[in-house]
Design a protein. Structure first.
Length: 154
């Protein structure tokens, strides 16, 4: 038995439970045979911003009420840096948008997963009296009931 430090290249797309084979670095073979292979099973730490599901990434991005209502071009973090994305007018809180090819590389090659961006409408915690008046005026102009489908229109 001996101890040896080796450098192992972990391929892109590896996930928890994926076996990475290192040829010829395992135990000695029987009856003078060559050494076997070493198998490494990496444990991937969770990311602070992205959640991984297979090769797809999920994240939540806050937007202002105005950006959601009027539509906007926003910047979104990706694994490759910042990407620009357009959210359409009338975007709802919790709505999911896909950034194609911005996820994790497929382990066997052939492209990348997608990044799914969940829009979170950020409501201001402190609202001035002028802003309160604007919200009141807006509620008088539009009589929609966002819970209408929950009660069957009653």
């Amino acid at each position: 038995m001996k101890s040896e430090r080796i450098l192992v290249k972990i391929p892109p797309g590896v996930d928890n439970g994926t076996k990475v084979r290192v040829a010829g670095k395992g135990g000695a073979g029987i009856r003078g045979g060559g050494p076997g292979d070493l198998y490494i099973i990496p444990v991937i730490r969770p990311h602070s911003f992205f959640e991984r599901k297979g090769d797809d990434l999920y994240c939540e991005v806050p937007v202002t009420i105005s950006e959601a209502a009027l539509g906007a071009k926003i910047e979104v973090p990706t694994m490759d840096g910042i990407a620009s994305m357009t959210i359409p007018q009338g975007t709802q809180g919790g709505q999911l948008f896909r950034l194609k090819g911005k996820g994790i590389p497929h382990l066997k090659g052939g492209g990348d997963g997608d990044q799914n961006v969940k829009i979170m409408v950020a409501i201001p915690k402190e609202i001035s009296e002028a802003d309160k008046d604007l919200f009141r005026k807006r509620s008088l102009l539009y009589k929609e009931n966002p819970r209408e489908r929950l009660t069957g229109g009653r």
